[in-house]
Design a binder for this molecule. Structure first.
Ligand code: FAD
Length: 620
């Protein structure tokens, strides 16, 4: 039983946003209460057993750069590491970790317990306490008021949560847990701009009833790219996943029963994630496709549950059973938990400041799925931002905001607070105009110093980061201290222009076809050959991108100057090549008057804006 009723920071909700928020406040040295419905909530993954991926992996690295929890806890729980987009440019690669769900929860709970100044309190928050226009804590069922200088709401899919399996509807925050009605009513009563969104999850399958021999396998990487900058080795044995696919019969069963699907029956008013469609969506929207891949992902080393990635559904249980059993390898499968859809309240994030504090209700912060996002990584990154800012406010220090040019965290927060959401928001690399600069390899160089300056980065991490920074500077110095003439370069096998220029090994690395190993040989002493491969790799990436980065920054500066350019009402978006149909239809529907207006529309990328500016300038 806890006795303290006054804290510096109170966090409501122990999901991915909540634990990150509480830990961030703890790292700033503040007394923190983490109030959640069950103490077993910490680190629960409501949907897929995976962390990271494209865009999301960038967010996790950035959380890690600020000494947050997600990356290190995930690395200790990973049963398969894969670097996605390995064959593409370094800016769009994303580390993905398949997680042992129960190890992740244990590791997360142990990090929170180790923190010392975080009190985990079990209970349902019913209300927020308002005094003189400031929020100063919460009211908890059976426990009464718990007061704090800053309060953070991270209630995920729980506010007004409704679960749908076919035509059956129950109130719930996720399967097996009650939803939060009182807090939902209170936010609606306050006129906070509450809307409805939906998402779905697939049925969970019994591994022992899958015919694994009939399936192809997807192995993990032998040389893993960890999520945390601090991880050196895998903690758990690594496994392979199974791969199968839907077929004509599966599609026919689904098509014949679409009217029974909650998502399709018109029972749900909320909008779902377009980028994470249900199998009902896929079968209807991509009617010409004869199959959709399904990845069978074990949920743990000592767990028979398998997550079939790609077939989320809200069809009735018997229909789920028959379509799943039509898939190769799943003919005899037993469903352990049916797939379902969930509809829940979200708060219009346009009512928040970039610190994630509410613009009218001072002292109150919001983070995670409640702000209209979807995904563990998006939630955790917001939790971190809210936790740091709530903590800084409790210390009466200025807030910290992240800008679009230095982090994906900044891109996401800016998108949310300035454009709002019309569907669940998830991170993609295409959302960032400074993509080439915002890479997974340099997240620490972009953020760790900021974190250290406000006190949220441990001395251990700081020492690790400082060593890396020193090594990169030393490597750069060696690669840049001497320039070679074109004749000298030709003698050792490089072909370069005879333009009278001397080129340093660093500059050579930016030329197409020039290999790191060749450049290393060029440096007379073997000092550079002794550098760690990761440092050399990063120097090569910096060199390769140097001129592109320069060009990108000029483009963004030019775009900033074009903000007030007027777009005529009869502007023909159809004529523009390079704009997706989705972007064109959004622009036609909203008829933005200026480039600045167009930029605020959700889903309008910097590349699309540049295309419009070029066309406007052309016809000027
Ligand atoms: P949650 O993880 O939901 O945590 C909320 C916490 O708040 C819980 O601990 C809860 O107990 C606590 N809480 C709620 N109300 C109260 C209260 N009144 N008092 C005290 N505590 C309270 N993400 C994807 O990326 N892709 C998907 O396909 C996907 N599908 C999903 C499908 C389903 C069915 C669900 C439920 C979620 C899905 N998600 C998906 C979303 C993912 O689970 C969330 O994005 C992520 O968990 C959000 O983290 P959060 O911290 O904001 O909230």
């Amino acid at each position: 039983m806890f006795h303290v009723k006054q804290f510096d920071v109170v966090v409501v909700g122990g999901g991915h946003a909540g634990v990150e928020a509480a830990h961030a406040a703890h790292r700033l040295g503040l007394s923190t209460a983490l109030i959640t419905k069950s103490k077993y909530d910490l680190g629960v993954m409501s949907c897929n057993p995976a962390i990271g991926g494209l865009g999301k992996g960038h967010l996790v690295r950035e959380i890690d750069a600020l000494d947050g929890l997600m990356a290190r806890v995930a690395d200790r729980s990973t049963i398969q590491h894969r670097l996605l987009n390995r064959s593409k440019g370094p800016a769009v690669r994303g580390p993905r970790a398949q997680i042992d769900r129960s190890v992740f929860r244990q590791e997360m709970a142990s990090e929170i317990a180790k923190a010392g100044n975080i009190s985990v309190i079990e209970g349902e928050v019913l209300d927020i306490i308002e005094e003189n226009g400031r929020i100063c804590g919460v009211n908890v069922a059976k426990l009464g008021d718990i007061r704090a200088t800053s309060t953070i709401i991270t209630t995920g899919t729980f506010l007004g949560g409704k679960i749908f399996v076919g035509r059956e509807v129950v109130f719930g925050g996720r399967m097996g847990q009650t939803s939060s009605k009182a807090l939902s009513d209170r936010f609606r009563g306050l006129g906070l701009g509450v809307g409805r969104l939906k998402t779905g999850t697939p049925p969970r399958l019994n591994s022992r009833t899958i015919n694994w021999d009939a399936l192809s396998r997807q192995e993990g990487d032998t040389h893993p790219e960890f999520l945390s900058f601090m991880t050196r080795k895998t903690s758990l044995p690594q496994i392979a996943c199974g791969v199968t696919a839907t077929n004509d019969l599966t599609h026919e069963i689904i098509r014949n029963n679409l009217h029974l699907s909650a998502m399709y029956g018109g029972d749900i008013e909320g909008v779902g994630p377009r980028y994470c469609p249900s199998i009902e969506d896929k079968v209807s929207r991509f009617a010409d496709k004869s199959e959709h891949q399904v990845f069978l992902e074990p949920e743990g080393l000592n767990d028979d549950t398998v997550y079939p990635n790609g077939i989320s559904t809200s069809l009735p249980v018997d229909i789920q059973e028959s379509y799943v059993r039509s898939i190769r390898g799943l003919e005899q499968v037993e469903i352990l938990q049916p797939g379902y859809a969930i509809e829940y309240d979200f708060l219009d994030p346009k009512s928040l400041e970039p610190t994630l504090e509410h613009s009218e209700l001072k002292g109150l912060y919001f983070a995670g799925q409640i702000n209209g996002t979807t995904g563990y990584e998006e939630a955790a990154a917001q939790g971190l931002v809210a936790g740091l800012n709530a903590g800084l406010a409790a210390k009466e220090l200025p807030g910290l905001s992240f800008d679009r040019s230095s982090s994906y965290i900044g891109v996401m927060i800016d998108d949310l607070v300035s454009r709002g959401v019309t569907e669940p928001y998830r991170m993609f690399t295409s959302r960032a105009e400074f993509r080439l600069k915002l890479r997974i390899d340099n997240a620490d160089q972009r953020l760790t110093e900021i974190g250290y300056s406000i006190g949220c980065v441990s001395e251990d991490r700081w020492a690790h980061y400082s060593t890396k920074k020193g090594r990169i500077a030393a490597g750069y110095h060696i690669l840049s201290r001497r320039g070679f003439t074109s004749h000298e370069l030709e003698r050792v096998g490089f072909s370069v222009k005879h333009d009278g220029q001397k080129r340093t090994p660093f500059e050579l690395l930016s030329l197409p076809g020039v290999d790191l190993a060749d450049v290393v040989k060029l440096v007379e002493s073997n000092e550079i050959a002794e550098f760690e491969p990761s440092i050399l790799e990063q120097l090569a990436i910096e060199a390769r991108y140097a001129h592109l980065l320069h060009r990108q920054e000029s483009e963004v500066e030019a775009l900033a100057k074009d903000q007030n350019l007027t777009i005529p009402l009869d502007f023909d978006y159809e004529r523009l090549s390079g704009l997706s149909n989705e972007v064109k239809s959004k622009l036609k529907a909203h008829e933005p008057k200026t480039i600045a207006h167009a930029a605020r529309l959700e889903g309008i990328t910097p590349a699309a804006l540049t295309r419009i500016v070029i066309e406007l300038r052309r016809v000027e």
